[in-house]
Structure formats: C-alpha cells, structure tokens
Ligand binder design. Sequence first.
Ligand SMILES: [Zn+2]
Ligand SMILES: [Zn+2]
Length: 247
Amino acid sequence: MKHTIIYELKQLLYPDDIKCIVCGREIIPNRYGLCNKCKIELNENYCLCCGRHKVGVGDYCDECADMSVHFDEARSAVNYVDNAQNLVLRLKFGNSPYLAEYMSRYMLDTLLFTDWDIDCITFVPLHKTRRRKRGYNQAELLAAALAEYTDKPCSALLEKTVVTPTQARSNREERLKNLRGTFSVIGKPPRHLLLIDDVLTTGSTVDECSRVLKKAGAKVVYVLTFASVPERPFLDKPTQNIRDFRR
Ligand SMILES: [Zn+2]
Ligand SMILES: [Zn+2]
C-alpha cells in the first residue's frame, strides 16, 4: 500500500515504533523515553559525599559521617527504586544496551548541576569473563554516551583483574576488604577524572577504583552513577518489628 504524504509526515513527527523504556507503550519521542504514566524518582536530597539520597537533615548520610573515601565527590541521578531499579537490571542482565542512551541523559542533567572540571571520562570495568558473557559493560555504555554529550574523551583506565562474588549482603567495610587489589590501572591516568558506574550501592567499588587511580597519579576523581541505593530511615527495622509483633 502506498502511504499518503500526511501519513509520511505524521510518521516523521510521531513515529509509531518508539516505545516507553519502562512499560513498552507507544509514545511520542521524548528526551527520557518515558510515557506520561511511568515515573523515575530523581535523587534530590543527597549526601554531599557519596551522593545517595540521605535521610537526615545534615550534609552527609550516616556512613559518610564516620568514614573517609578516596573519591572527591559522588553524585547519582536517580534513586535505585521501582522503575529505576528495573532499568538498571535490564541494562545489566536483560541484553538491552540501548537503554544506556536514555539513562545517560539523567546523568547528564546531574552533571550539568556540578562545578566539576573534568579532563577525561572513565568507567568501572567488568572482569573480561563477565564482559564476554554479557557482550558489553553497562558502565562503559553510559560513559561513552556522556562523552558524546559533553565532548570529553572517554578512556578505559581500569582493569578488573579478579572476579569478586556478588556482595549484596555485605556492608561498605566488608565490600572494600573483598575488593582491595582487584582493580589495576592501565597507563597513566589524566589529572581530573569522572568515573562512571550504573549504580552505587555502598560506594565501595568506586572508592576502591578511586584509590588505585589516585595512587597511579590522578589528582581528582569525581563519581557519577545513574542510580544509588537510598539511605534507609533509621527507624525502618524497629517499626517493622513492632508491626510484626502487633500482628
Ligand atoms: Zn511507560
Ligand atoms: Zn554518604
């Protein structure tokens, strides 16, 4: 069938194969790839050190108040909950590298709010066996997209030399201990770096990467992730226990 000019024009303006990256509903193309029903929770009240959503009124989350880190500042665009969590998991395990283009736009918005002076963008590496299995490194895709938007160079400066088991249940200190010595630096890093990862959990991965980058000569390491695990309210657990008890 031959399409009319009106149809062709409509397709150009509102192509019907563009879908919401969360629910898959057809949408009018937009910057974040979302329909008007799907929301992503932006990370607005963040810790000035690790960048994750904090609970208290102070400048830092509870962990950063007691611990020093090797990176200079970290920020993350959104909270690792609901739809953001879904996107991270699909980017990582769902063979959906195209999501990086949309997710990196949230990161760019966050980056534009900082006063960071950056020479080069780099990313948290995957061990080569994991990268081979997945076909890509999600942090590298996010870093490459940001490099394109900001016109900064993007280099692979780190290598993961040892596979570490998933550490979902460990705290920052335990993770740091397990990660120690598992990254090495390739060549001499530029002075001012932006280190990219998809999600910040306790911050131990980017901390260890920053430690080795600085040891190799980097002066400043900023960290930017798409999402971060928000700090839990102090009363979370006791409240839950009280509820359970009453039931
Ligand atoms: Zn949607
Ligand atoms: Zn913090």
